[in-house]
Design a protein around this ligand. Sequence first.
Ligand code: ZN
Length: 203
Amino acid sequence: MKVKQNLRVRIDADAMERIWHWTDLAAGEFSCLATVTDDVVVGGVQLFDQVCTSASTELDQDALAKFLVTHQQPERVRAWIHSHGRLNVFWSQQDEACIAGLANDVCLVSIVVNKKREWKARIDIWQPFRLTFDDLPLEIRLPDQQLRGECEKLFNAHVVEMQPVLMPDWRGNRPQGQKQQPRPSWMDQNGWPDLEDDLADWR
Ligand SMILES: [Zn+2]
C-alpha cells in the first residue's frame, strides 16, 4: 500500500485552543472527542463525562454511548484527543486499548498532548487492513481572514433584502422601533411625487 507522502492531520485553531485550555485546567489526564472531515481536519472538540486520575483516563463506555447518541454527527466523531498532564507524550498500553476500542470502518485520528504543549498525532485504519500512521505532522488551520470580504461581495451581488415597512398610525406615529425613513428627493412631505420642478420645466 502506497502511503500518501503528505499525510498529515489538520486541526481547527478553535479546537486546538480548547484542548490547550482543558490541558491547563486538568490536574492530570483528560479525554475529549472531535469530528474529522473527509480531508482529515479535526474540529468540534467536545468533552464527555469522565473520571480521571493523574495518570489515566478511562473511556467509560456508557458515557461514550450517551455522547454519541446526543451528537449531531456521530458518524463524524473520529478523533480521540487526550492529555498526559505533566508526563511525556507517547502511546501507552492503555492508549492502544482505547484506540482499538474506537475502531471504525473509516479511520481514527488520535492526538496526545501534555502541559508542556507537546503533542503526537496518528491515524489508525482497520479497513482493508490494520495500519497505524504515527508521528504525523499536526497543522493548525487558521480561520480564513479573507473569507469575510469575499462572502460580503457575493452576498451584495446576489441578495436583495426587503425591509418590511409598517405604516404610521392615524396620528402619524410610527410603529415602535421603526426609524423614520429618509424622504426620497422626488417625494413631497405628504408622500406625493413632487412635480413642482417638472411642471416648471414643462411650462
Ligand atoms: Zn495516554
